[in-house]
Design a protein around this ligand. Structure first.
Ligand code: NOJ
Ligand code: NOJ
Length: 414
């Protein structure tokens, strides 16, 4: 009764959005829930609890690798034993599915909740998956090594034996031998060579080489380093562009006829996801700066909510020609939570490099934008409508929530 009176007297109280810190807790809980669904193979993560319109009740290797990365970072910060257990269960699930016969081997993008490979038509292979998974596991392996758990690391995560029988080694071998082949992009739409995929592969091999050396697998280390350098050379040669800074895709073998500007949020995600490891591109590079300003300029232009709420940070989508609205493809795309958060994360990393205090305000606005379009209970779907600002697409998308967690941790806001 008292609360009702209070709410009537102070309607604003009832409207209160979660603070950043409250949202972090909600996002962590949501990530844990989506990673421990009772009817799902233990250790696998659903992309969203949504089972229809759209059905995201599957495990995508990419989404899961990024989710677990945010949990590894969180575990590093807190030492939380429950989280460690979750990560260990995930390692076993990955070891299991790496051995399944699937249409495209380790490049298989999406799995059924019983752990088996999805056998419907899909854009496959998607070769960012093994690289992302390897980098998450390398981070985890390093933490375990500092805890003196070399036995576990050698048994499950990395061992030099060939044919590979440890999770990281399998992914690195796959990546080292397959990076030159075209694969589908992270949006699962175009087949070609992608900045996002290549930078992730470069970083996984580079960091994998370090781990290999540490675990006395020197021959492999030399090989992975050589491949990492070759990927780096390709990135520098083919993806820089005078007009927009960085191009998303080259050498298309399957493409969307309407996607042609070359400007996409994927390179921004690549820079964030591979920070601080990759040294090919710096946040201070002219090409990176040009790319980021093109992205901001274009997003401010095409999404009317950016004009409607100019005091909030910039809402960012996937790319300007996007026709996927979260339910169907013959439509029109919107800003996404994870893209909008990526810009905030970028500003935080830039602030750390440049010590530019003025960025504090910009960062705060970027978080405000995200909290403004999520709801009072801290739900975050995939997209928010470019005109109304209302959420749409898969509800409680795991990737939206882990992107929130990562941005908070990168911005040192916990
Ligand atoms: C679902 C994919 O995951 C999404 O990225 C894509 O835009 C649509 N299908 C249309 O292909
Ligand atoms: C569509 C996105 O385009 C893709 O990147 C993602 O893996 C799936 N949805 C699942 O969230």
């Amino acid at each position: 009764m008292r609360t009702i009176i209070l709410l009537l007297a102070f309607p604003l109280l009832a409207m209160a959005q979660p603070s950043k810190q409250e949202q972090f807790k909600i996002s962590l809980q949501t990530v844990i829930q989506n990673s421990t669904m009772a009817d799902v193979f233990p250790g696998m993560v659903v992309a969203s609890p949504s089972k229809e319109n759209p059905n995201y009740y599957y495990d995508w290797v990419r989404d899961t690798a990024l989710t677990m990365r945010s949990l590894v970072d969180y575990y590093e910060l807190t030492g939380d034993a429950k989280i460690k257990k979750l990560i260990l269960t995930w390692v076993d699930a990955e070891a299991f599915r790496q051995n399944l016969p699937t249409f495209s081997g380790l490049g298989e993008p999406k799995y059924n909740i019983d752990g088996s490979g999805f056998e419907g038509p899909w854009g496959r292979p998607q070769n960012d998956g093994p690289a992302l998974r390897a980098l998450t596991m390398i981070k985890f392996a390093r933490l375990l090594l500092t805890q003196g758990q070399e036995d576990y690391v050698l048994k499950k995560l990395y061992h030099g034996i060939l044919p590979a029988d440890s999770v990281i080694k399998k992914d690195l071998e796959y990546t080292a031998y397959n990076w030159q082949a075209a694969s589908f992009d992270l949006w699962e739409e175009e087949k070609g060579m992608h900045f996002y995929t290549l930078l992730s592969q470069h970083t996984a091999l580079q960091e994998g080489a370090k781990l290999a050396r540490e675990l006395r697998d020197d021959g492999a280390a030399v090989f992975y380093e050589k491949e990492a350098r070759a990927i780096g050379a390709m990135l520098k040669k083919d993806f820089l562009n005078d007009k927009i800074g960085i191009l998303v895709t080259k050498g298309k073998e399957a493409s969307l006829w309407y996607k042609n500007s070359g400007l996409d949020v994927a390179p921004l995600l690549a820079l964030n996801h591979n920070s601080p490891y990759q040294k090919l591109f710096s946040y201070k590079d002219t090409s990176v700066k040009k790319y980021i300003s093109s992205l901001i300029e274009q997003s401010s232009e095409i999404y009317s909510i950016n004009k409607r709420y100019p005091d909030l940070g910039v809402a960012i989508g996937r790319y300007q020609e996007d026709r996927y609205d979260g339910y169907r493809t013959e439509s029109i795309g919107n800003p996404w939570f994870l893209s909008t958060l990526a810009l905030g994360e970028y500003y935080c990393l830039l602030r750390d490099k440049t010590k530019n205090k003025r960025l504090d305000d910009v960062i705060e606005k970027q978080f405000k934008r995200v909290l403004f379009h999520s709801d009072r209970k801290g739900h975050m779907s995939e997209q928010f409508n470019r005109e109304s600002g209302n959420m749409q697409g898969a509800h409680d998308l795991t990737w939206s929530h882990n992107a929130f967690m990562t941005a908070m941790m990168r911005c040192k806001l916990l």
